[in-house]
Design a protein around this ligand. Sequence first.
Ligand code: CU
Length: 219
Amino acid sequence: MTLVTQKCQYLITVSTGQVASLTSTNNFINFCATVPNLPITNGKQITTGSCNPAPMGSIPSSDSMPSAKFTNPKNGDTVAANTAFTISMAISNLETGNFVNAQENYFAAPQQLNQQGLIVGHSHVVVEKLTALDQTTTTDPKTFAFFKGLNAAASGGVLTAAVTAGLPAGVYRLASINTAANHQPVLGPIAQHGSFDDAVYASSPDVRSNPLIILTQIS
Ligand SMILES: [Cu+2]
C-alpha cells in the first residue's frame, strides 16, 4: 500500500522544490556551445572536465534492466590479507564483454542495445579501503585499492577479476560499475528501479596481529 502511494505521488504530483528543466527543440544538439568554458569530450578521459554532445542513446525496456550481485566475496566475508583471491559477480541483462578503447573512445558513443534489447557493455569492479566497516564519511573516488575492467564476457552469468596480489589487512567496500561499451554507466527507462550495481563490504584482516577481529567477523 505504502509503496503504491509513494509511486503515485512521484508520478502524478508536482513536487514542491522542483527546478525547471532546460528544454530544447533539437535534442540539445548544440548544448555544449552554451558551455564555452568546457572543451568538447573527445574520447580521452579529460580529468579537468568537458562537455559531451553524444546522446545518451538506446534505453532498454524495464524488463531488461541490468542487475548484479557479488558472489565472492559476499557481504561481510573475510578474505585473507595479502593473498590472491578472485572477485566474482553474477550479472543479468547486460551483454558483457563489449568494451571500446578507454583512451580513445571514452564516453564517445551512445549506449546501444543488442537484438534482444539488452545493453551492450561491460563491467568494472573497484575496491576502496575504509576506516571501518561502519564508516559514514564519504570516500575519495580518486583513491582505490584495486580496480579492474571486466572485459571478458560473463561465463555462466558470472564475471570474474583476479586480485593477484591480494589486499593488505583492512576493511573494504567492493562495488561494481556496470557500463555500456563506451564506459558510461548504464541507463534504464524508469526513475524508480533497483540498483543496477552491487556493493559489498569485506575485511581482509591480519591473522597474526588481529585474531580477535577474525573470530568476530567469522562468527
Ligand atoms: Cu570500462
